[in-house]
Ligand binder design. Sequence first.
Ligand code: ATP
Ligand code: MG
Length: 201
Amino acid sequence: MRLGVMGGTFDPIHHGHLVAASEAAALLDLDEVVFVPTGQPYRKDAQQVSPAEHRYLMTVIATASNPRFTVSRVDIERDGPTYTLDTLKDLHAERPDDQLFFITGADALAEILSWHGVEQLWDLAHFVGVTRPGHELTDKGLPADRVTLLEVPAMAISSTDCRNRTERGEPVWYLVPDGVVQYIGKYHLYRPESEDPAPTT
Ligand code: ATP
Ligand code: MG
């Protein structure tokens, strides 16, 4: 099986993530894309990240209707910061016959060379860098046989913007799936504690 691996904080998951995964699946003929919410993300440890269980459940809600999308708990069940190397090793151990394609944004791809264990990464997966607005798709000397760069329809959506909008009481309808809008409202995510939950209608 050709298995896409979409890692992310997913705080919250939004339509940019879903379009990127869908495009990568279509263009690379992937049989499945597994979304892997991070544990404590090591590149974001200075900032507050929502509890893993909320991020996991929003990812399940967002992907439930797509028969090719699944969600893995490998990163949230491993203690300590999440390293892509551990994610790929765990998925490879679970599914040794699958060919892994790690899908990541062009912004994150630019950091690949600084990743811990980069040499082992190349052996575990093929890397797919997707465009996102404001991030140039440059190859930075990455090995062409190990990295594919893909243009996806421009989606100027980020989790940071979704959190900020919710905090200000602005809508995130149509930026995230409907069930995720409702989940954010139900659990009062991204809102100052004193305030009422975000409207869900
Ligand atoms: P934050 O604003 O908190 O950094 P984010 O929107 O970047 O969140 P992440 O969970 O950090 O979301 O992203 C996971 C992966 O999805 C990253 O590789 C990122 O580059 C990619 N990605 C995020 N938003 C988009 C988008 N709109 N289009 C394409 N790729 C995206
Ligand atoms: Mg990001």
